[in-house]
Structures are given as C-alpha cells and as structure tokens.
Design a protein around this ligand. Structure first.
Ligand SMILES: Cc1cc2nc3c(=O)[nH]c(=O)nc-3n(C[C@H](O)[C@H](O)[C@H](O)COP(=O)(O)OP(=O)(O)OC[C@H]3O[C@@H](n4cnc5c(N)ncnc54)[C@H](O)[C@@H]3O)c2cc1C
Length: 405
C-alpha cells in the first residue's frame, strides 16, 4: 500500500517548516492573499516559543515596512532600542548615515514570540515541539515525517534556517554555498551610555586588514528589561580563497583594547547561509525562504530579508494552488525580480566585489569616500507620519512589558 492511503497520514495543502520570521511572514502573507488558507496550512516548529535564538535582533526599515504592510501595529508593542545614526568605520575614516529610524533592535526571543502570537490570533495552526525528521517526494505530494506525525502536503515551505533540513535537501550539491561565520555577545550597559542616548550603531571594517571579510558591530539593545550592548563579529566568507581569521581572539582583542572586561562574558556563534543568485530557492512542491534560501551576504542581515521572502513565496504559492502546477520552475526569476530579490542581489554584488578587494586600503578609502558622497544626498524620511522617536510611546511599551513579565 502506498504511503498516500495509510490512514495515519494527515493530508494538508501546505506545510511551513519553521516558525522564525521567514515562516511566520510567509503564513501571514498567504493569509493576506486568501483568508481560507488558514484551514489549509500548518506551521511545524521543533521548539516551543519563547525559544532562544542567537541574533542581534536589528530590523531595518525594509523589515519594519514589511511588518506594517501585514497590518501589524507599529511601533511593535514589545521593547526595542532605536538606531538613528549608523557610523561605518575604516581606520581613521567614518561614514555616517542617519534616518528616523534606520533600524530597531529587538530581543529575538520576544520578537519571534510576538509574531507567533499574531499568527495564532489570525487563526493559523502552529504545532510546536514537532521536529521534521524526514522529507520525501511521491507523485501525489510531499511526505513529511515528524517526531509525532506523518503528513502528505501539496507544497512545503522550508523556513527552517541556516542549519535546517530543507536547505540541506536542496543545496547539498550546490557550488554556491556561502556560509558566513558570526559571533555575538551581550554586554551590560546603561541607558545613559552614548549608544543609547545618541541612538547609535557602529560597524567597524578596520579588521578587513586582518583578513576579516566583514566587520565588528556594536549597537544598543534591551534584554529582559535591561540595557545591553549587542556586540559581535561577522565574517562573510564570500571570497573562499581568502585567509580565514580566528574570530574569537580577533573579537576579544578588539573589545579588550576598547576597555571591555571580557573575563566573564559568554560569546556564542552560529553560521548564516548567504544569498547567491544561483542558490537553490525552489524545487518541485518546495520553496525555501529566509536563511534556508540565503541571507544578505554583505552585512549578514537576515530578519528583514526573511520577512520579505514571505511576500514573494506567498505569491508563488497562490499561483501554484490556483493553477495546480507545483513545479515552481520560474521561481528563481520571480524571486530575483522581486523586492527581496533586488535587495539581496545588490548586497551580494557589494559583498562579492568588496570582500575581494577589502584588503587593499586604497579600495576601502575610495569606497568610504564614495559612500560619504552618496550619504550626503540620501535623506530617508520618517517611516510614517508618526514620529518614531516618540520617547513617551517607547517608554510606555517598555513599562507595559515590564508589568506583564
Ligand atoms: C550572531 C547572529 C547575529 C545576527 N544578527 C542579526 C541582526 O541584528 N539583524 C538581522 O537582520 N539578522 C541578524 N542575524 C541573522 C538572522 O538571525 C537570521 O537571518 C534570521 O533568524 C533568519 O530567519 P529564518 O526565519 O529564516 O530562520 P530562523 O530564525 O533560524 O528560524 C528557523 C526556525 O525553524 C525551526 N526549525 C529548524 N529545524 C526544524 C525542523 N527540522 N523542524 C521544525 N522546525 C525546525 C527553528 O527552531 C527555528 O524556529 C544574525 C545571525 C546571527 C547568527
């Protein structure tokens, strides 16, 4: 008897694997397209929220816009720090960008939990503590085996992150496999410290002189009601022939030289699967979103793109369900032409060129000089007609949150 007829198999149109920003955004975009989909879709998540997730939690304007387009209240009713001034450093040169805001910094545990609560409130079924173990393809559909059930789905969405099963399924033979290395730590701070007061973030590219294909960052964040500096190092590994620096001593040495006491600080790391236009984004009955498809290679930004992937994937899925064509054979082109595709292509191009030449000081100085010129003409307005820097509103969010916890 084929798997299809076994009574224990649950049949469903759509399965989203993973409830990070990519999976949740895909679900919300699908619902925006067709309300009836909430009966035909489930999200499977191996953990249960609130779950730990190593991440800086910086969400740029593109991500904040995507949330707004999903009718999610803005500003989000969870604590966040605001960044309005980005300073990009290289040796003694600095490029400054300003905007209202440039990004918001969330605690990922709270952000993902909040987004999940919106998804549940809108009627989508989420099955937590149900890890997907195996995926196989039959002419009738995709068989998804979990720790608890077996499903037969018309389409699956791989939103299970950089180390997930779906990415491995599709990309195992890919030559274009960028895997960035990232280390992060949280350092106790004060609300009166310059980064909080000035709403500043720093990205220091000086370590490119020591073979780093990336930067060391610092920005303000709130963790469990406490102000913390979010610090870390990003190494894109776009130029695979380049020397591989040892990230831990590089980061520790850098921070110690700035006066940070690193003796009791816990530093953690996680890879980020990078975007390449030739990555495998889809296959028969399968679409990848978020880190599974590929995050920004230049800065390692993944949350805003993960939210953006949801929009493009939802459009392709709607078309597949209507036409009964589950091949997704034009999906790469669709993706590369979409908002998220163009965003990631630009970053990929920037990374591919810059991290090949970044060890040459002349190139870096020229890049920052051009950046400064462009920044002079770039004036991003407020995100909407509500003033994002409305301190009272943000204070109220922090206060309400502390009352609840
Ligand atoms: C140290 C660090 C700092 C970062 N800082 C930033 C930042 O400041 N800003 C930014 O934009 N990006 C940042 N990123 C990148 C960002 O974290 C990711 O790009 C983002 O989380 C991608 O979202 P996602 O939904 O694709 O995947 P994830 O958030 O990883 O979600 C995947 C989900 O799938 C679930 N899952 C996995 N396997 C299975 C399975 N077999 N069955 C069921 N469920 C499964 C996981 O439990 C998880 O909930 C950072 C990354 C790192 C490592």
């Amino acid at each position: 008897m084929s798997d299809f007829y076994k009574p224990s198999i649950e049949q469903i149109d759509l399965i989203i694997i993973g409830s990070g920003p990519a999976g949740l955004s895909t679900a919300l975009h699908l619902l925006k397209e067709d309300q009836s989909l909430k009966e035909r879709l489930i999200i499977l998540e191996k953990d249960s929220h609130p779950r730990q997730k190593l991440c800086g939690g910086g969400i740029t304007r593109y991500g904040l816009w995507t949330l707004k387009s999903l009718n999610i209240p803005y500003p989000l009713p969870i604590p966040f720090a605001v960044v309005e001034d980005i300073q990009i450093h290289y040796r003694n040169q600095t490029l400054r960008l300003s905007g209202d805001p440039l990004f918001h910094v969330f605690n990922r545990v709270e952000f993902d939990s909040y987004l999940l609560s919106v998804v549940k409130e809108r009627g989508i079924k989420v099955r937590e503590n149900e890890k997907v173990l195996e995926i196989s393809y039959k002419p009738e559909g995709v068989i998804v085996k979990t720790e608890k059930n077996t499903y037969l789905a018309k389409i699956i969405v791989g939103a299970d992150g950089s180390k997930g099963i779906t990415r491995r399924l599709l990309t195992k033979r890919s030559k274009h496999n960028y895997v960035a290395r990232v280390l992060e730590l949280k350092y106790p701070s004060e609300e009166k410290s310059p980064l909080f007061l000035e709403k500043q973030a720093h990205f220091d590219f000086t370590p490119v002189t020591r073979h780093l294909q990336g930067y060391i960052w610092s920005f303000p964040s709130w963790v469990d009601g406490k102000p913390m500096l979010n610090l870390g190092i990003y190494d894109a590994r776009v130029n695979k022939k380049g020397k591989k620096p040892n990230l831990l001593p590089l980061l520790e040495g850098y921070l110690t030289s700035l006066g940070f006491d690193m003796s009791h600080i816990n530093i953690m790391g996680h890879p980020i699967h990078g975007f390449h236009p030739l990555n495998h984004f889809a296959a028969q009955r399968t679409i990848l979103v978020g880190d599974a498809a590929g995050a920004d290679t230049l800065f390692g930004e993944g949350i805003a793109p993960a939210l953006g992937y949801g929009e493009t994937a939802a459009q392709a899925i709607m078309h597949a369900l209507k036409s009964n064509d589950f091949s997704f054979k034009n999906y790469r082109l669709q993706l590369l032409r979409s908002k998220v595709g163009r965003y990631l292509m630009l970053r990929w191009l920037g990374a591919a060129v810059s991290y090949r030449f970044s060890e040459f000081p002349l190139y870096m100085h020229a890049l920052l000089a051009v950046g400064n010129l462009l920044a002079h003409f770039w004036h991003p307005g407020a995100l909407d007609n509500v003033n994002r820097t409305d301190t009272k509103k943000i204070e109220r969010i922090h206060h309400n949150h502390q009352m609840r916890t």
